[in-house]
Design a protein around this ligand. Structure first.
Ligand SMILES: [Zn+2]
Length: 270
């Protein structure tokens, strides 16, 4: 399913796969002035194509190479022959998405993307009317970039900013890099933040600062308990309580334990 909403001059395109009639997780693409930022998941690529046919397309930017942000690349590139710009580290994954090694839950929710051809993004992306700074924002994934339009104050953050106060983390994310990237985004003093989930916020400073504060405080507590000899699982129980439901259906790929491990820079319990 796909939903379209105009947010000022930006067209927000929210997509989700339905399971038993209900939308699962949402992902979003944003279109403005011929530029499409992210392309959703492969399961909604046909619907996205019909929307984009009505709008026109000159270029695509992928914020990162996760399957819910590159899934429409192949269909759109085939139809429009457009350039797809992404971080250099994302390009081998665009060319061969099997490199994502998707867990079954990710294939179920989003589907597996088809290969597309990306080009390395520079420091600036321009359209007829806008000019975006490319901001490196690794952490959620190492190939993550965000786009900032300084005259408009627009900040497109993909998954570099995820709403809420995290109780779980994906196994391959780096919490310290996430915090550094959030601080870099905060320094821009953006006026409007467009999240990869489709949420659009007019309080970017406040939201990002609150999240950085929470993540830094949590990190200090994790280190403190680790210093007292507690194991990661015990630290997780003490600070985050029971695992959220997402930890179960992702078979532990997205979990509170991974969040604790990321602070301690360990992959598996010793
Ligand atoms: Zn992602």
């Amino acid at each position: 399913m796909i939903e379209i909403e105009k947010v000022g001059e930006v067209v927000k395109i929210r997509m989700a796969n339905r399971l038993f009639g209900r939308p699962l997780y949402y992902t979003a693409a944003y279109w403005l002035d011929g530029l499409l930022i992210d392309t959703g998941c492969s399961r909604t690529s046909g619907e996205l194509l019909s929307v984009i046919e009505g709008l026109g397309l000159e270029r695509i930017v992928n914020t990162h190479s996760h399957e819910d942000h590159i899934g429409g690349n192949a269909t759109l590139q085939e139809k429009f022959g457009v350039e797809i710009l992404a971080h250099p580290l994302a390009l081998p994954i665009l060319a061969d998405p099997k490199r994502l090694h998707l867990q079954p839950y990710r294939r179920l929710i989003w589907g597996s993307p088809a290969p597309s051809q990306g080009s390395p993004i520079g420091e600036v992306v321009t359209t007829g009317r806008y000019s975006f700074q490319v901001i490196p924002t690794p952490g959620h994934s190492e190939d993550h970039i965000s786009l900032y339009e300084p005259r408009q104050g627009w900040l497109f953050t993909g998954d570099a900013y995820i709403g809420g106060l995290d109780k779980a983390l994906q196994a391959d994310s780096d919490i310290y890099a996430i915090i550094t990237s959030l601080k870099r985004l905060n320094a821009l003093s953006a006026k409007r933040l467009f999240q990869g989930s489709g949420t659009v916020r007019d309080d970017p400073q406040e939201a990002i600062e609150k999240k950085v504060e929470y993540l830094e405080e949590l990190g200090e507590k994790v280190q403190q308990l680790h210093g007292q000899g507690l194991r990661p699982k015990e630290i997780k129980d003490r600070l985050l309580g029971r695992e959220p439901p997402i930890a179960y259906w992702t078979l532990g790929h997205f979990s509170g334990l991974n969040l604790v491990r990321s602070y301690l820079k360990i992959e598996e319990d010793e």
